[in-house]
Design a protein around this ligand. Structure first.
Ligand code: NAP
Length: 293
């Protein structure tokens, strides 16, 4: 079984970005906005900020209280949209109940939408137009490309249809000429649908949902899920994916959790930040953009 490890692929992306950054007469600036103190969000935002700085980008985290109103958040986004020094804006989800995340996404300037989640970038992805692509789906594609997993003409089954992962990943898989099925909580006989897959992607958020019986022998399995199932003796979260451990004995290739898709998500965020800066600041991207993908 081939382990589709994320860190070496993320590192390859960072090396390409470093080469690109050395040619730029400015330092791209990322702004991450976080509301409240949800522990997972705190950890993710810290990771993104640290990686951005490690790469040599300028990065700032704007923290607002849990009680922040939608109007206050939208006013902050308007300021970031108007600030010429800001290249990328990311609002960490989930947001508190009083804030409509879709309204937040609609407010972000699509040219600064480094999470690739605004309706404009989501729509452009579906149309096959140049876009800032959603980070996790773009990361999955980059990972599969690195390990030379063929997609053209293959049956790809994606379990999960969120705007964050499942739907944009389907658009990118279609672009690579896969035959795509999106499964979800109302899918009848999920096991039979999954067994059709040459490439099975789990993006649900339920530990152990994908069992060995649901996987065709020799299939490639991508585990996007991140589930906290307790803490170790050092008080650190124990993380597992959506795929049960026994799947490793059936699949031909599998992404580990942690250390699979997660590092790719952060790498693609920083990729998008550099590309967004280059587009906004009028530098040609063409050839070099392709080379980095
Ligand atoms: P989400 O918005 O909650 O969507 C979950 C999807 O799973 C929904 O489409 C839901 O169907 C479907 N689903 C739920 N129960 C199901 C079942 N029993 N059988 C089949 N489908 C089922 O979650 P998300 O934001 O897409 O995230 C999914 C997972 O990926 C989470 O564990 C999250 O932490 C992880 N994630 C990881 C990364 C990374 O970098 N590795 C990035 C983003 C997310 P309905 O639409 O019918 O409700």
């Amino acid at each position: 079984m081939l382990e589709l490890s994320g860190p070496p692929v993320a590192e390859a992306v960072y090396q390409e970005l470093q080469t690109l950054l050395a040619t730029l007469p400015y330092v791209p600036h990322l702004r991450v906005v976080r509301l409240g103190d949800d522990p997972a969000s705190v950890a993710y935002v810290r990771l993104k900020d640290r990686q951005a700085k490690r790469l040599g980008l300028s990065s700032q985290v704007d923290v607002f209280p849990e009680s922040t109103s939608q109007e206050e958040l939208l006013a902050h986004i308007a300021r970031l949209n108007a600030d010429p020094e800001v290249d990328g804006i990311l609002v960490q989800s989930p947001v508190p109940r009083q804030v409509d995340f879709n309204a937040v996404l609609e407010a972000i300037d699509p040219l600064k939408d480094v999470d690739g989640l605004t309706p404009v970038n989501a729509g452009r992805m579906w149309m096959g137009l140049e876009a800032l692509e959603s980070c996790t789906p773009a990361g999955v594609m980059r990972l599969l490309k690195h390990y030379q997993i063929p997609l053209a003409g293959k049956e790809v089954v994606i379990v999960g249809r969120s705007n964050l992962v499942g739907k944009p990943l389907a658009a990118l898989m279609l672009r690579e000429h896969a035959t795509v099925t999106l499964a979800h909580s109302r899918t009848q006989d999920l096991a039979a649908v999954c067994r059709r897959a040459d490439v099975l992607v789990a993006a649900v958020g339920k530990a152990g949902l994908i069992t060995p019986e649901m996987v065709r022998p020799g299939a490639v399995v991508v585990d996007v899920g991140i589930n906290r199932v307790g803490q170790n003796e050092k008080g650190r979260d124990i993380l597992v994916g959506d795929v049960a451990p026994g799947v490793a004995a059936v699949a031909s290739a599998l992404t580990p959790v942690p250390g699979g898709v997660g590092p790719m998500t952060v790498a693609m965020l920083l990729y998008n930040t550099v590309i967004a800066a280059m587009r906004r600041r009028g530098r040609p991207t063409g050839e070099r953009l392709q080379a980095a993908r």
